[in-house]
Write a protein that binds this ligand. Structure first.
Ligand SMILES: N[C@@H](CCC(=O)N[C@@H](CS)C(=O)NCC(=O)O)C(=O)O
Length: 227
């Protein structure tokens, strides 16, 4: 195994892309190893939860994206600025926003992802429940986040990375399920904020890689259908 940092996972995974953005933003060299959820045979391989991503380091593996982000901060080169605010209260606020995004936005809609992204049948009750919880999560985020520039103020932070990977996925899910206007209707400043995030080089790279993985998957699927 390489002594370089290796992220295991898939460019389709929001949590994987959160780590990848942190690696790019902190200017840490890394390799990527394609790895699907549930793959591997714990403890020899894979992750204890069966989830992705996880990070391989020369000192051992790290599981859970937020633990990985904190580790990357600890080992970042001196030339890279931290993606956490300098002030302890603002750092706590940044972590609070990441929790809101992951616990009250991502987790709220995860039950409908199989229908939106993987061709499973949509359960209407599940969709209604997800939208109700998503609306509540957006209200919570709005109370504490600055959507006019970056979530924690004037500087881009890990909260913005988390916001992009989860909210852009949620936006794609809503479009597929015929709810394209939902985010803008419930949080009018959100579309403009996402446009700003989309311009960032780290965002562009993870999006380009995700599109490329999508094209490769389609090609593979049509080749196997032709067999
Ligand atoms: N709390 C975990 C969440 C990771 C997660 O949910 N990963 C998804 C892919 S985006 C996964 O592996 N899902 C498969 C499963 O839930 O079994 C983290 O922060 O790393």
């Amino acid at each position: 195994m390489s002594s370089r940092l290796c992220i295991f996972g898939s460019p389709f995974s929001s949590y994987y892309n959160k780590i990848k953005i942190a690696l790019i933003e902190l200017d840490l060299p890394f390799e990527e190893v394609p790895f699907m959820p549930g793959a591997g045979n714990w403890p020899e391989s894979g992750s204890p939860s069966g989830k992705i991503p996880f990070l391989h380091t020369a000192d051992g593996n790290i599981y859970e994206s937020q633990a990985i982000v904190e580790y990357l901060e600890d080992i970042r080169p001196q030339t890279s600025a931290s993606l956490f605010p300098a002030n302890p209260i603002e750092r706590a606020h940044c972590r609070e926003l990441i929790q809101y995004i992951e616990l009250y936005l991502d987790a709220a809609v995860r039950p409908v992802y199989p229908a939106a992204f993987w061709g499973k049948t949509l359960n209407q009750d599940e969709l209604e429940e997800a939208l109700k919880n998503l609306e509540k999560g957006l209200r919570t985020l709005e109370r504490r986040a600055n959507l006019q520039q970056w979530l924690c103020g004037e500087r881009y932070t890990h909260a913005d990375a988390a916001a992009w990977v989860h909210l852009s996925t949620i936006r794609r899910m809503l479009k597929i399920l015929g709810q394209e206007e939902f985010l803008g209707r419930h949080l009018p400043a959100l579309p403009g904020y996402l446009e700003r995030l989309a311009e960032r080089p780290s965002t562009r790279r993870v999006e380009a890689d995700r599109h490329e993985a999508g094209r490769a998957l389609k090609k593979q699927q049509s080749a196997s259908q032709g067999n």
